[in-house]
Ligand binder design. Structure first.
Ligand SMILES: Cc1cc2nc3c(=O)[nH]c(=O)nc-3n(C[C@H](O)[C@H](O)[C@H](O)COP(=O)(O)OP(=O)(O)OC[C@H]3O[C@@H](n4cnc5c(N)ncnc54)[C@H](O)[C@@H]3O)c2cc1C
Length: 320
């Protein structure tokens, strides 16, 4: 292997987090590989909001512009899935469907997958009429008929939050878990309808509105639904020894570094609650942290090489 076969950092995931990390590293004159399989978390929505400079833009627009900007640096893109990462001691080996790559460091910026409640119609309308983030999509449905389907206790909080966007709000709480009565009182006090019947299905009407049909057969017609999801980390075959949280995400320190000295996480892979700007900020910070670790290793390598040469230098002096 020549030095040219070795990347300073390989970033798995070319979303907001991965591109931002690459921007820092590329501008630091590092040799970077981005492997991306083009399935970003927000691909189900047409418009991205709450992202300064891109408010209302298609999510792909940010990715497209990011790639274009990164083209001036030493950043290579490979469209492929990463299937395995092996620890080769002083480097990692990244296996993808397109080939295998050696790298000094790795940034896991693979985002997360939204696992949805098994309600008929929910997955089909996810991202268009069924939403999860009031800050991202609440403004567009302000003052409309909104429902919250609470699938965990956090859903009750989501219902209280959404009251700010509309006064025509119904909270479906059957699947929320052990509901605190005071939360129901708070919702009712602000005019929110609370429905305790389990939701069976959601269907789109000819006029574009949504019917939420509960087990008793009653349909409630609304314009938008908010619900939560369970976030699942994307699997990229990282070494088993990596420490993970109870939900399967990598445990990282404040700089995004895992318990493996060559592996970091950024964006939703590190913080499932991060939106696009938070993922970009985090990716940028992690990019800087990885560069610092590379600088430290560069210095250590030069020092150890110099230390090995010392006797020879001393010998040369002696013979001179
Ligand atoms: C429906 C919906 C709408 C949203 N709307 C908004 C919004 O309006 N505003 C906002 O701020 N946030 C929004 N979000 C949240 C937003 O999607 C995330 O905050 C953001 O995508 C996180 O960025 P990321 O770079 O961490 O992950 P991602 O954007 O998901 O990027 C991860 C990348 O990694 C790649 N990848 C994953 N695994 C592998 C692998 N094994 N090999 C190779 N590549 C891999 C994927 O293809 C993807 O391109 C929305 C989320 C959803 C679900």
């Amino acid at each position: 292997m020549t030095a040219n076969d070795l990347y300073d950092s390989t970033i798995i995931g070319g979303g907001p987090a991965g591109l931002s990390a690459a921007m820092m590293l590329g501008r630091a004159r590092r040799r970077i590989l981005i492997v991306d399989d083009e399935s970003p978390r927000n691909r189900f929505t047409q418009h991205m909001h709450a992202v300064v400079g891109f408010d209302g833009a298609a999510p792909d627009e940010l990715r497209r512009r990011g790639r274009l900007e990164l083209a001036q640096y030493d950043v290579t893109f490979v469209t492929s899935s990463t299937t395995r990462v092996d620890d080769d001691g002083d480097r990692l080996r990244v296996q993808t469907d397109a080939g295998s790559y050696a790298t000094r460091t790795l940034i896991n910026a693979t985002g997360a997958v939204d696992e949805l409640a098994p309600i008929d119609g929910l997955a089909q309308l996810w991202g268009s009429r069924i939403l999860h983030c009031p800050y991202c999509h609440g403004w567009e449905v302000r003052d409309k008929r909104i429902a919250v389907i609470a699938t965990a206790l956090m859903g009750l909080f989501q219902a209280e939050l959404l009251r700010q966007w509309t006064s025509t709000l119904t909270a479906f709480i059957a699947d929320a878990g052990a509901v605190d009565e005071t939360a129901i009182e708070r919702m009712k006090a602000r005019g929110t309808q609370v429905n305790a019947e389990p939701v069976e299905r959601i269907s789109r009407r000819a006029d574009g509105a949504l019917d939420i049909v509960t087990r008793d057969g009653v349909a409630t017609t609304v314009d938008a639904v908010f619900t939560g999801s369970t976030l699942i980390p994307r699997d990229l075959g990282l070494p088993d020894a990596l420490e993970r949280t109870s939900t399967g995400f990598l445990v990282v320190d404040g700089n995004g570094r895992s318990n493996h000295p060559r592996i970091w996480s950024a964006g939703n892979a590190a913080n499932p609650y991060a939106n696009v700007p938070m993922s970009m900020g985090n990716g940028s910070a992690v990019g800087g942290a990885v560069n610092l670790a590379l600088v430290e290793e560069d210095s250590a390598l030069v020092l150890s090489a110099a230390a090995e040469e010392l006797p020879a230098i001393a010998c040369n002096y002696a013979s001179a």
